[in-house]
Design a protein around this ligand. Structure first.
Ligand code: CA
Ligand code: CA
Length: 213
């Protein structure tokens, strides 16, 4: 256990340099197999809780994916929604990014649009007829527990809705510091001290030849 803590501390700088991790599972809707040029309405999709009206996933039909092959529409036959719980660290700032577009055969601005939400933050996008992919991004601060990420279709419920793809939640560089938490939490300090003690233990063991990394 102590070695594990020490190993984690040693590895932490490597994680900091690694590519940002997208905390959203299946944010690009690629985990559902859909034949090219076709679409499906599903009641389950990896990572997502799907509302009772389902989730429409299209493979390059009625528009093309922003990334990969698939993208989603939430006005399936009527307005629907999806959600997913994101694990967050208290005080860490995260960026939420997604892409949206009106479908080429959209039924007008009042048929289109999405609402989005993460925790207590939310808004609407896309209640227009712009068929080019748009990028929405915002930041939020982690509560330290699971935060619900959600998307729903708004506007006239007619089976024609706004396309959605490429959803990501990524911790901002600097982690907790970026969230304004300048003073370490007592438990963090305790963990750090425990880790430093464990490191000393490992070093001592190495010197005495009793252990290996
Ligand atoms: Ca995609
Ligand atoms: Ca609609």
């Amino acid at each position: 256990m102590k070695r594990l803590i020490a190993a984690t501390l040693f590895a932490a700088p490597l994680f900091a340099m690694a590519a940002p991790v997208n905390l959203v599972t299946n944010g690009g809707f690629e985990s559902t197999s859909v034949a090219s040029g076709s679409w499906v309405i599903v009641n389950t999709a990896p990572g997502w809780t799907v509302g009772p009206q389902g989730l429409e996933i299209r493979n390059n039909v009625a528009g093309s994916a922003f990334a990969g092959s698939n993208f989603a529409e939430l006005d399936t036959t009527t307005n629907s929604w999806i959600s997913q719980v994101i694990s967050t660290v208290l005080g860490t700032t995260y960026s939420l990014t997604f892409n949206y577009a009106a479908r080429p055969d959209n039924q007008g601005a009042n048929s289109n649009g999405l609402n989005w939400g993460i925790g207590n933050l939310g808004g609407t996008v896309g209640q227009d007829t712009n068929t080019a992919w748009q990028t929405f991004t915002t930041t939020f601060v982690g509560t330290g527990s699971g935060m619900t990420l959600r998307f729903g279709s708004i506007g006239k419920s007619d089976g024609y809705g706004t396309s959605l793809d490429n959803i990501s939640v990524i911790a901002s560089a600097g982690g907790a510091a970026a969230g304004g938490a300048s003073v370490p939490e007592p438990e963090s300090v305790a963990l750090l001290l425990a880790g430093l003690g464990a490191m000393g233990l490992v070093v001592r063991r190495r010197k005495s030849g009793q252990g290996k990394a």
